[in-house]
Design a protein around this ligand. Structure first.
Ligand SMILES: *Cc1c(COP(=O)(O)O)cnc(C)c1O
Length: 467
């Protein structure tokens, strides 16, 4: 038997950086990542290999051993991080997958204002400085019926601005049934503390009455705040106070009536089978002074926090210094303006979020049938069927309702378990995020956008070829 090389010998025979850098396989990485990045990944891999040798682990000090460590990292860096995926989960407003897909018009508007200079803060008629949210102020008014409107970075920012500007140092009354936590660590008590307002909780978790609010009002009270329970629903012995009654109480006692509506539906969605959510204009009509909601949930636009309400109050928000820290970028404003214009012209189904929610069951079934036919051609050995599935609105809207949908199940002996297939699909050039049931991959068709079927087929083709 040949004697094993000692650790010292192994260390001495580790490849040099120059040798590593000279292999031709690195060429594509040099061109996309630059030489310095490639070098730093290789040097980290060299270091790990050296440490393994020193710990006496069974490692060969070859260039291959170093590349085996370096390539996954190089590939991950080369692919990019924030990139396109296919949403085959059936969850329409999927926060982890970027919430809403933008309408064609919104994408065009983003391109146009970002490739050239724009009127972002410029008043063309006067030839001088304008205000960036004036572009959408009149549109917010038009689609919500409010006296005035304002847009900030996101709804969390809108709630913070509203509380800080209007209630700091004073008390704000909230029902215990509405002290909710929303995904991503948004909690009303914490936002309240941060704004400098003092939270006064009233009622019980399941029931809050008008007299609870009335008894809590003192000389220190600035507002009553209503919060959408978002991602959770209470059932059974529950009650809350109608907006009209809270509005009347607030008026009587000269305090404000504010609402965080969360998802913020703009149009009545009962024709889509989605009932029971108030629209923003319902809130305004029922007497809320200021209502805040997200731009990228049910509205179907970019990430924005939209504020609608009484003009004298919005005026205070517009001049409050915190607004500067929450101001909206031009690309976002362009997308928001274009999306609101689609509401104005009642082209609701040109907004992807709304068309995904409103699509007819028959259309979903046909789409599933055609995807299954395409997949059967791609994967002749797989077992593929069209099935009924349950989809969801997501984004904290309509949490108790599932949307009846259609999907395609795929299973294939050679590709292993559903979990294994899902993992392989996530590694594809355009990753596909799907669901699973009874050890089969399930592709929900509701959330597919145009062209996704082809991407799904090439994903399956590439993973089947890899086996
Ligand atoms: C989603 C939501 C928020 C947070 O909105 P972002 O746009 O994510 O900042 C706040 N309040 C409620 C009730 C929500 O549903």
């Amino acid at each position: 038997m040949k004697p094993q090389p000692s650790g010292r010998e192994k260390l001495r025979s580790l490849p040099s950086m120059d040798l590593l850098l000279s292999i031709p396989e690195l060429e594509p990485y040099f061109s996309s990542l630059g030489r310095e990045t490639v070098k730093s990944v290789l040097s980290e891999a060299l270091k790990v290999t050296r440490e393994k040798i020193m710990l006496g682990e069974d490692t060969v000090p070859s260039p291959e051993a170093v590349f085996t460590l370096a390539f996954p990292e190089l590939n991950a860096k080369k692919k990019g991080s924030l990139r396109q995926v296919v949403n085959a989960t059936g969850v329409v407003v999927h926060t982890n997958l970027g919430r809403s897909c933008l309408a064609r018009e919104a994408i065009d508007a983003v391109t146009s204002v970002s490739r050239s200079y724009s009127t972002l803060e410029y008043d063309l008629s006067e030839g001088r400085r304008g205000h960036r949210t004036d572009h959408v102020e009149w549109l917010i008014r038009a689609i919500t019926g409010a006296e005035s409107g304002l847009a900030v970075n996101n709804n969390a920012g809108a709630v913070l601005l509203m509380l800080a500007a209007l209630c700091s140092g004073k008390e704000v009354i909230v029902s215990r049934g509405e002290l909710v936590e929303i995904g991503g660590s948004f909690r009303i008590p914490e936002i309240m503390a941060f704004s400098g307002a003092k939270l006064v909780e009233v009622g019980a978790t399941n029931r809050t009455h008008l007299k609870d609010y009335r008894n809590a009002i003192t000389g220190e009270t600035a507002a009553v705040l209503k919060v959408h329970p978002s991602n959770f629903r209470m059932e059974g012995f529950t009650s809350s106070v109608p907006r009209e009654e809270l509005a009347m109480l607030a008026r009587e006692r000269e305090i404000l009536f504010l609402e965080d509506l969360g998802s913020g539906t703009i149009i009545d969605l009962s024709s889509f089978g989605l009932k029971g959510e108030p629209t923003v204009s319902d809130c305004i009509r029922q007497g809320v002074d200021v209502v805040t909601f997200s731009g990228d949930k049910m509205l179907g636009g970019p990430q924005i926090g939209c504020i609608a309400g009484k003009s004298e109050i919005i005026k205070k928000l517009r001049t409050f210094p915190l607004l500067r820290a929450l101001r909206v970028d031009k690309m976002t404003l362009a997308a928001f303006e274009a999306t609101l214009r689609l509401y104005l012209s009642e082209r609701f189904l040109d907004i992807p979020t709304l068309s995904m929610l409103g699509v007819k069951a028959d259309d979903l079934r046909n789409r599933a049938l055609s995807l299954s036919a395409q997949l059967k051609e791609t994967l002749p050995e797989a077992s593929i069927s069209v099935v009924e599935v349950e989809d969801a609105v997501g984004g904290g809207a309509f949490p108790a309702e599932t949307l009846p949908g259609w999907g395609v199940t795929v299973s294939m002996e050679a590709l292993g378990s559903a979990g294994n297939i899902l993992a392989l699909l996530r590694e594809c050039t355009v990753p596909v995020i799907a669901g699973a049931r009874e050890n089969m991959t399930v592709l929900h068709v509701r959330t597919l956008i145009q062209g996704d079927e082809d991407i799904i087929c090439s994903a399956f083709r590439s993973i089947a070829a890899g086996r």
